[in-house]
Design a binder for this molecule. Structure first.
Ligand code: FAQ
Length: 311
């Protein structure tokens, strides 16, 4: 019976029929989705920290309110994603406990520091740019609740990317010192952004199965290539130099050739030894602990209302 169910399941996937929470699914499909969606949710929460660092130091009231809204959007994305993972039977408390204990992963990119205002431009332009490239195909991922959550997330991410590019454009059209700040930020963020797409296909244990289940629609290397091809002309438009001496247009493949990512650095960050891993996790744990009274108050309030409704 199990084999039959599994065959029927794969046939639905192959026919591009969405899988919904109450449908039968293989355990491994459920586990992979819980892993990916919860890591994605954790990334959104931890992703608030590098930009949160600049809210009090934004150069104008307008920039401050835009940044504040962007960071709030990221909290919202985290919440939709936790809800999507809950439809698979994962508990939110458990997912958060796994984040706080260091058991669960989140994107390597958020373990790098934001040192100047130009980093807010670069994070929006490059990091949100990478996030969109990865997430637009996820609007067609095989699991319904994840795919639907991605539609709104992608709309908001596009706006985030435009605001990042606009910060870069303002800096690049400004004083020489401002342009130098933009270039310096690009130099630090370029390679870590390429790492966001994950290990090379040959070293990616999850890609083949996830492509087969249509959870992933493109491989890590395919998306990394698309990203480079999209970003190089934008950097040229800004008058900035991509910090890769091996970057070269390749007519035959109709895309850029580019240098090799430092995979040792990538795995080091993923294992928890990046520049900010301890800070980021520490800040999340502290926020969770300091928010305990809010959760208790909300529960007490709900209990009181339920009691009143009974009377
Ligand atoms: N960092 O076999 P694969 C955002 C892990 S955007 C850390 O290739 P998979 C928006 C991977 O989990 C960022 N770990 O894995 C924002 C696996 O370990 P595991 C979040 C990484 O799943 C913007 C192992 O390496 N976006 O937050 C990374 O098939 C600005 C082997 O890798 C998403 O999460 C990494 N970069 O492919 C917010 C998108 N890469 O789990 C604020 C959804 C790989 O077996 C400001 N996720 N690993 O222990 C995905 O598309 C996929 O999960 C990949 C990885 C592509 C990330």
């Amino acid at each position: 019976v199990e084999i039959n169910l599994e065959e029927q399941f794969q046939a639905r996937i192959d026919a591009d029929v969405r899988i919904e929470p109450k449908d039968w699914m293989p355990d491994a499909y459920r586990k992979t989705l819980i892993r990916q969606i919860s890591q994605h949710a954790h990334s959104e929460l931890v992703g608030m920290l590098p930009e949160g660092n600049w809210i009090t130091r934004a150069p104008s009231l307008k920039r401050k309110s835009i940044l504040l809204s962007k960071v709030q959007d990221e909290a919202g994305h985290g919440l939709y994603l936790y809800s999507a993972a809950e439809t698979l039977g994962a508990s939110r408390d458990q997912m958060l406990a796994d984040l706080h204990s260091g058991k669960a992963k989140y994107s390597s990119i958020f373990n790098y520091p934001t040192l100047s205002w130009a980093d807010m431009g670069t994070v929006g332009w490059l990091v949100d740019g990478a996030a969109i490239l990865n997430q637009v195909p996820l609007c067609r991922t095989s699991y319904g609740p994840y795919a639907r959550a991605m539609v709104r997330v992608c709309k908001e991410e596009s706006f985030h990317q435009r605001q990042g590019f606009e910060i870069m454009q303002t800096l690049c059209e400004g004083a020489p010192e401002q342009k130098a700040m933009a270039q310096e930020a690009l130099n630090r963020w370029w390679w870590p952004t390429l790492m966001m797409f994950g290990p090379k296909d040959a070293d990616s244990p999850n890609t083949a199965q996830s492509m087969n289940w249509r959870i992933k629609r493109f491989t890590n290397d395919e998306l990394r290539q698309k990203f480079v091809d999209m970003m190089v002309p934008q950097a040229e438009f800004l008058g900035l130099t991509v910090p890769d001496p091996n970057l070269k247009w390749n007519d035959t493949k109709n895309g850029y050739d580019f240098g090799d990512v430092d995979w040792e650095e990538f795995w080091n960050v993923v294992k928890g030894n990046g520049m900010c891993n301890k800070d980021r996790l520490g800040a999340r744990v502290k926020a969770h602990e300091e928010g305990a009274w809010v959760r208790e108050a909300a529960l007490a309030h709900a209990a009181k209302r339920a009691q009143r409704a009974e009377q």
